[in-house]
Structures are given as structure tokens and as C-alpha cells.
Write a protein that binds this ligand. Structure first.
Ligand code: NAD
Length: 385
């Protein structure tokens, strides 16, 4: 990829052009390049071409991009025409992909659907998707799923606090003492731990549960209570594994139902990689909650952890409000964009040397994220929706 065409920057140096265009997915307010990231990219010898109005959904003005020495292109087509690297949050549309020339490189967060992968391959591009990063220490600075999960978990806690209709902290006032809210967080990965931390900082009594016992220490280190579902797995006769499993499952459900019923707000974040979100909160558990309680289900895009969740909707079921946000990270577009742009910059840094694109496809990170290489689709497109 060392023969990637180069153009001259305003300072007369030859530069690798990194382009960014307006995200067209409904509800997407994040952007892949921020003024701050453009300054960092110029340190790589890159010049940035951004579509006019790119950052407005996240509050970044064209003036801020110009001050960071980005070039403003009047429309998407002209920004893409200049770019040797296109960076995006969402996958490109088929039309955007069709404008990329041979030898151009795409970096986006989400693996594109099969029709877009086909266009990217037919155009002779090379495409990387950050949602395929391996979970290794060296990849942490590029880990867009983690950075966006952090934002989503924080926002979910704020939404719960705003909509639960009561104080999160205990307040002692002249008119009496108001007890704190009880928050239950299900799933204690990156998003869940951020929801725990934020709810705790706001003063709620926080409980959290995860199937991974290793999360107990992380939950407790944030000042929350780890819900220990001590299940008595009785010794059975040989061949009863399935029956025992069902019984254990029922006991687990009953224990979770107790914790859900005690909570004023439930934030669900549980996920299993490559699978639909586990269904943890049943309809009857929702019906067992106090009227006025809330559930924020940030697993909604993946099917939801709650049976009542409807993607992109706010459902009131027997007095309990259930939110199924379709893009929680996008609700806080400033930090989400800044963190994502930093992930992209770190990734680009790892595949660039002396201002040239030099991806090492034998590298674990490059190999895992590459979905199209010089026009060759590298993943089984029948496994992509
Ligand atoms: P995730 O978004 O895939 O899942 C969220 C959580 O849901 C996980 O903790 C999972 O155990 C939990 N879960 C699944 N089924 C459940 C169920 N039925 N009930 C309750 N909880 C359930 O996870 P994540 O936030 O991406 O993080 C998972 C782990 O990976 C964490 O330990 C995190 O620290 C680690 N991680 C490592 C790196 C890295 O080293 N580069 C990057 C990101 C995350």
C-alpha cells in the first residue's frame, strides 16, 4: 500500500488525505473526526478533508475544523474523492462505498452489511472494522466498542436518574429525610461498570450482577453490592444434567426477580459476543416492579435483556417505563465522538509509517479487523447480515 497517491498540504508538504463525511444513519450524531483528532493526525503527516457541516450534530463547527487545519469539502462526494483514507462511525452507504477508488482505505466501527462489502471489494478498497478488534492489551487504545460502551453506560445511568421520579441520593432536608434510590445493573462489562460507577456517584444504592464471577471484585471496588446468586446445585443421578440445568435456571430467575422488584431503576447491559442479548428480565418481573420504576435496556439493539423492550421506543408497562435506546452512545455525541476519533487515530497510527500506509496484515490487530483487502473480501459474507 506504499504507492497510495499523495497530495500537497497547505504547507506545501505531500500528505496522506484522511476524509470524513456526514453520517447518514438516522439518529447518528457521532462523527469520526473531531478538531482535536485532526491535530493529532497532522502529526502523522496526514491532511484531513471533512464534509462541510460534518461535526454539527456533535457541536463541532466548520470553524473549529478549519482552525485545526482541516480542509472543508462542500459535499460528501468531493470529500471522498480527495480521501485516501475514509473514516466513519457507521458503515458507508453503497453510494459512498462506490465512490472509493482502488487503493483507498476505509476505517469504520461497524462491519458493513453484505451489499456494502461487495461494493467495497468491487472497488478494490481495503476496509477495517473496529468492532472486530481482538481484546488484547495492545488494542485497548483503539477499542471503539469499549469507548462507546463507556458513554452508553454513563448515559443510561443519567437517563434512569432523570426519569425515575425520585432522588438518587439520600437527602436530609428540613422537611424530613428522603431515602436513596435503589439501582440494579445487570451485566457488569464496560457499559455496566460505568452505569454502576455513575449511579453510585449520584448517590444511589447500587447492586450489580454478572454471570462472570470475576466482576464481583470490580463491582465492589466501585462501592456497589455484587448480587451473589448462590445456587444450590444438588448432586443428581447420572444423566440428569439437563433437568438440573432447567431447575438452576428457574432458581436464578427467581433470585433475579427479587432484586428487580426491589429496584427503582434497572439498567441492563448483558451481552454474549456473536449471540442475541440474553433475556434476563421477563414480563412478569417488570410487572413485579413498583409503578414509577424505570428500566434502561442498552442491549436493545441486540434484541434486549428485557422481554418488554422495544427497540428505539419508550414503553410504559403497568406503570414501569422501559427504554430501548437504539444508539445510546450517540446520545452523548461529544465524548462519544472524541473517544471514537481517538480510537481511529490510534488505529491509523498503527498502520502508518513516515506518512505512508503500511498495514502489516500478519499483525493480530490488522488481520482481525480487515474485512476487505485490496478488493478481496476476507470474511464469509454469508455470515454478515
Ligand atoms: P459485553 O458487552 O460483551 O457484555 C457485557 C457483560 O454482560 C459481560 O460482562 C458479560 O459477562 C455479561 N453477561 C452476559 N450474559 C449475562 C447474563 N445472562 N447475565 C448477566 N450478565 C451477563 O462485555 P464487555 O463490556 O465488552 O466486556 C467483557 C470483558 O472484556 C470485561 O472483562 C472487559 O474488561 C474485557 N475487555 C477487555 C478489553 C481488552 O483487553 N482490550 C477490551 C474490552 C473489554
Amino acid at each position: 500500500m506504499s504507492d497510495v497517491p499523495r497530495v500537497s498540504s497547505a504547507r506545501g508538504e505531500s500528505a496522506l488525505v484522511v476524509g470524513a463525511v456526514t453520517e447518514t444513519t438516522p439518529g447518528e450524531r457521532r462523527v469520526a473526526l473531531t478538531p482535536g483528532s485532526i491535530r493529532r493526525l497532522s502529526g502523522l503527516g496526514a491532511l484531513c478533508a471533512v464534509q462541510a457541516g460534518l461535526g454539527l450534530p456533535a457541536g463541532f463547527t466548520d470553524e473549529a475544523y478549519v482552525a485545526a487545519e482541516a480542509h472543508i469539502s462542500p459535499d460528501s462526494a468531493s470529500a471522498i474523492a480527495r480521501a485516501r483514507v475514509l473514516v466513519k462511525v457507521q458503515p458507508p452507504t453503497p453510494a459512498e462505498a462506490g465512490r472509493l477508488g482502488p487503493g483507498t482505505l476505509l476505517i469504520c466501527m461497524t462491519t458493513p452489511p453484505v451489499d456494502v462489502l461487495d461494493v467495497l471489494a468491487s472497488r478494490g478498497t481495503t476496509a477495517f472494522c473496529l468492532d472486530r478488534l481482538p481484546r488484547i492489551s495492545r488494542a485497548q487504545s483503539m477499542d471503539a466498542l469499549s469507548s462507546q460502551a463507556t458513554v452508553a453506560g454513563y448515559w443510561a445511568a443519567l437517563l434512569a436518574a432523570e426519569r425515575v421520579g425520585r432522588f438518587f441520593p439520600m437527602l436530609m432536608t428540613a422537611a424530613g429525610t428522603v431515602p436513596p434510590a435503589r439501582v440494579l445493573v445487570l451485566g457488569a462489562g464496560v457499559a455496566g461498570l460505568q452505569a454502576v460507577a455513575t449511579s453510585h456517584r449520584l448517590g444511589a444504592i447500587v447492586e450489580a450482577y454478572d454471570v462472570r464471577p470475576a466482576t464481583k471484585q470490580e463491582v465492589e471496588s466501585l462501592g456497589a453490592i455484587f448480587v451473589e446468586l448462590r445456587l444450590e446445585v444438588r448432586e443428581g443421578e447420572g444423566g440428569y444434567a439437563r433437568e438440573m440445568s432447567d431447575e438452576t435456571q428457574q432458581r436464578l430467575q427467581a433470585l433475579i426477580a427479587q432484586r428487580v422488584a426491589a429496584a427503582d431503576a434497572v439498567i441492563t447491559t448483558a451481552a454474549v459476543p456473536g449471540r442475541p442479548a440474553p433475556r434476563i428480565v421477563t414480563r412478569s418481573m417488570v410487572e413485579g416492579m413498583k409503578p414509577g420504576s424505570v428500566i434502561v435496556d442498552i442491549a436493545a439493539p441486540n434484541g434486549g435483556n428485557c422481554e418488554v423492550t422495544r427497540l428505539g421506543e419508550e414503553v410504559v408497562h403497568e406503570g414501569v417505563t422501559v427504554f430501548g435506546p437504539s444508539n445510546a452512545a450517540s446520545m452523548m455525541p461529544v465524548p462519544a465522538s472524541e473517544l471514537f476519533a481517538r480510537n481511529v487515530t490510534e488505529f491509523l497510527t498503527s498502520v502508518t509509517s513516515d506518512g505512508n500506509l503500511t498495514p502489516d496484515f500478519a499483525d493480530e490487530i490488522v488481520g482481525a479487523t480487515c474485512v476487505v483487502r485490496d478488493g478481496q473480501a476476507l470474511i464469509d459474507t454469508s455470515a454478515v447480515s
